[in-house]
Design a protein around this ligand. Sequence first.
Ligand code: NAD
Length: 253
Amino acid sequence: MTQREETNADALRELLQRAERAVVFTGAGISTESGIPDFRSPGGVWSRMAPIQFDDFVRSEDTRREAWRRKFEVDRDIGVAEPNHGHRAVASLVHRGVASCVITQNIDGLHQRSGIPEERIVELHGNTTYASCLSCGTRYELPPIREAFESHGIVPGCDACGGLVKAATISFGQSMPEQAMARAEEETLACDLFIAIGSSLVVYPAAGFPILASRNGATLVILNREPTELDSLADLVVNAEIGETLARATGAN
Ligand code: NAD
């Protein structure tokens, strides 16, 4: 780490020590050290193709087939990924009672795998490690869907109601999960320190939470390798790698 990065990590440690109730907000950047490409990194599957819109998924069987093909391609990275230093540092903040919860845009399930209890994680964009029926909500595990898709080209439908089955993520154009949005707002308004980690902060409504925290008087910290859209609002901007910065700021490894 450079001297500046160390100084900023130490400033974050002090803010964490003083905080009464912190909220951690994460984006794809916290999972790149686990081998999952972020949205905007060159070469990643997300950057090579325009995202599939929810309406197109609903309207067209061909689009659903393409969505499942892409999903199983992305799963090659997600399936082998393990939580990294950043996830473990965030878990330590939750376990020590410093952070009340993690609000995440990620769909990879790595915060759960790092040991954070489900009730302390607010998933704004759903979770790609299972699927569900868009009509009745029945949950489906992925291995049988993948087997039928790859062996016989079958695009899944719901056994219970005949509805469309989709990975349990929120696609562009799909409505946001109401409960998760309400909980994220409540947590944001209750915190005195809000730390946005590994997000370019351009995807809304998710990026509205750091803005809300700041307007409500919380201290806002942005930890990201490169500048973000909201840096001018932040009390502390740390442009550095997430794993080593959080390891230093939390004492976890
Ligand atoms: P983003 O790709 O827009 O931004 C990620 C940011 O993290 C970038 O600014 C990048 O510079 C930074 N970054 C990457 N690795 C870093 C590191 N090791 N240290 C410091 N900074 C690092 O991601 P976003 O803001 O989360 O928005 C993308 C959308 O795509 C989200 O809605 C998310 O749901 C989805 N997505 C999720 C995953 C996942 O679950 N892991 C992966 C890709 C995309």
